[in-house]
Design a binder for this molecule. Structure first.
Ligand SMILES: C[S@@+](CC[C@H](N)C(=O)[O-])C[C@H]1O[C@@H](n2cnc3c(N)ncnc32)[C@H](O)[C@@H]1O
Length: 255
């Protein structure tokens, strides 16, 4: 049976359960201590999915808000919050153009989700939406897609939880170099206690080249660029990138 990945948050969560949310939130707190000009009480996760990070954030006593376009993902996240006795607010919206009622003090977007914005006009709208949703002096942390765009290697890994085994295969292909579009292919082969399922996702995304990113940021003029940093797998402290890397973080501060 073929199913859609983002409509099956449990299998998605197991596939990516190698993520260490505790360590990631530790690093958020270190970025905040070093760079935020405001005290942080309220976090917003854009394209949150099943957000292990928001669960950790809420557990630490902060306000946690998740924004996603998928109702299934948001319901799943709310349910997980209830099971753990923590409160996670959810907002169903498109990350290109959104508005949240109460501004956040720290905004983040993980796992290269920023690349689902497929043209520069939409990217500028996205920056405006984030600017409206983040208090002045607060940080916007982007876990960026790889900067090594000439070096896409297919990846495959297997994760298991509660008797459910998920083999994930991920690869990307160049689709349209003029518009910097690549096609991402994600496949989950699930063995759910003997029941076998195949989940697939094929999706276009846009590469944002570093110098293009800086120019768009200047054009938007609502954020200060604080730098490129090494990603979560390599770093326990904010550490600046010395060269292009697959695993990388961009840090911005709201003017
Ligand atoms: C790669 S997953 C990342 C999920 C989660 N943040 C993580 O790190 O595991 C991308 C998420 O973004 C959501 N998404 C994709 N396009 C979106 C859009 N235009 N607006 C809001 N959410 C979107 C998907 O539903 C999905 O949950």
């Amino acid at each position: 049976m073929f199913m859609v990945i983002y409509k099956n948050p449990l299998y998605y969560e197991i596939a990516f359960s190698f993520v260490n949310a505790e360590k990631q939130v530790d690093l958020f707190e270190k970025f905040i201590k070093k760079f935020s000009k405001i005290k942080v009480k309220r976090f917003l996760d854009i394209g949150c999915g099943p957000s292990l990070q928001l669960r950790e954030i809420a557990k630490r006593g902060y306000e946690a808000v998740g924004l996603d376009s998928s109702s299934k993902m948001l319901k799943y996240l709310e349910q997980k919050g209830k099971e753990k006795g923590i409160k996670i607010e959810t907002v169903k919206a498109d990350m290109i153009d959104f508005h949240i009622k109460k501004k956040a003090d720290f905004v983040f977007i993980m796992m290269g989700t920023i690349g689902y914005i497929k043209n520069n006009e939409d990217f500028l709208k996205h920056l405006n939406s984030v600017a409206h949703s983040l208090r002045k002096g607060g940080l916007y942390l982007i876990e960026n897609f790889t900067l090594d765009w000439l070096n896409f290697k297919p990846q495959s890994w297997t994760m298991s939880k509660d008797g459910i085994k998920v083999k994930t295969t991920y690869r990307v292909e160049l689709k349209d170099s003029l518009n910097q579009i690549i096609t991402e292919k994600l496949k989950l082969e699930v063995n759910d206690r003997g029941k076998r399922l195949l989940l697939k996702r094929k999706c276009d995304r846009k590469l944002i080249f570093p110098q293009e990113f800086l120019t768009l940021l200047k054009l938007n003029n609502r954020f200060e660029f604080l730098g490129w940093f090494t990603g979560f797998s390599k770093s326990r402290y904010p550490k600046r990138l010395s060269k292009s890397s697959m695993d990388n973080i961009i840090l911005l501060r709201r003017n």
